[in-house]
Design a protein around this ligand. Sequence first.
Ligand code: GLU
Length: 423
Amino acid sequence: MIKNDPFVNATKQLDDACKILKIDQGTRDYLAMPNKIIRVKIPVKMDNGKIRVFTGFRSQHNNDRGPYKGGIRYFNPEGGVEYMEREVMALSAWMTWKCAVVDIPMGGGKGGIYLNAKTEKISDGELERITRRFAFTISEIIGPQKDIPAPDVYTTGREMTQIMDTYEKLHGVTNQPGIITGKPISVGGSLARNVATGLGAAYCVREAAKVVKLKLKGAKVVLQGFGNAATFTGEYLEKMGAKVIAASDSKGSIINPNGIKTNNLLEYKQKKGSVVGYPGSKKISTEELLTTKCDILVPAALENQINAKIANNLKCKIIAEAANGPTLPEADPIIYKKKIIVIPDILANSGGVCISYLEWVQNNMGYYWTFNEVAKKMEDHITRGFRDTYALSKKHQVDMRRAAMVLAVSRVVEAFNQRGLWP
Ligand code: GLU
């Protein structure tokens, strides 16, 4: 029995949308299960000469609207390998909905390897051998028009380049950058991809602030999980006039009601390895962080952070889910009753995949846009996604998560109905 099974949570969200859209049972079943999920063995020779076997996954949820798209994470969730399998299944479904909600012509995929390079002290050489062996193992099911991976938790442009290089060598081609996104600029990456998730989340917060009539100038922001997404969400919200007052990472949480400059905090974290101990701040618990009185709460860590107990104690106006799946289903009705507007993960963090899509488009045409051109195109997708979602939440009198799912599911069903079933 898997505790807080993310795939059960993802399926529950789908069921809610199917009910509102009056979708028949067969179509619901079709949408629930991934089209394909593979689990692979990754044997690697470690630096000490011994062989070690890792486990990897790729889940391809749906491709009715376009090729599978989604990240690859290197992580060891507490629940173990079995939990990770369910997690990538859920995350691949969320990718399907994410691409549909911001209307990019791609489907949903997700993958990963069960490992923690940091705590297990895996060397760069070992990590490269693991990455390339994984790329070799899944090379038949991925491809620039089939399934396009990207970075996710604890993977970066470096791993993406190694996957691309392995794929190109295996297929005897020299220039296939569209096989993967999130690449460094020098090998076909897109400008703005590194800030994409945070910038997209900030655009969403800006739109949400308009509907709840919150002035961003002086608005207080709490960031949970001070990684790439949270850093840039914080930075762009600061540019819009807001002020970060608390932040956390895997080592702990800190607060300073007078404000914390994200740039300075990032510099501190890069030096010391954590936000904890940042000058002028006080250490607090995760629960205190999440329930701090603020205007904008940005959960940007992992799944299952906001449960019913935390939801009951939330003191914010807007939640922008920069992480995937941070809120448990039990918390949603409580948050809705408290009239807190939630920008659900599939919308709030879709900036990443939006710019991944734009990276892939640039790779396909072999012509590259400026930072502003890319950011503007992403802004258009994301603000439209927000407005469409908000309109549906009013129309159906449901929370934003249900509304986003209704929007996404209806778009995927439309494509599925156009295609029909074959054979
Ligand atoms: N891993 C990111 C996500 O969960 C990005 C996926 C992508 O760019 O394909 O949205």
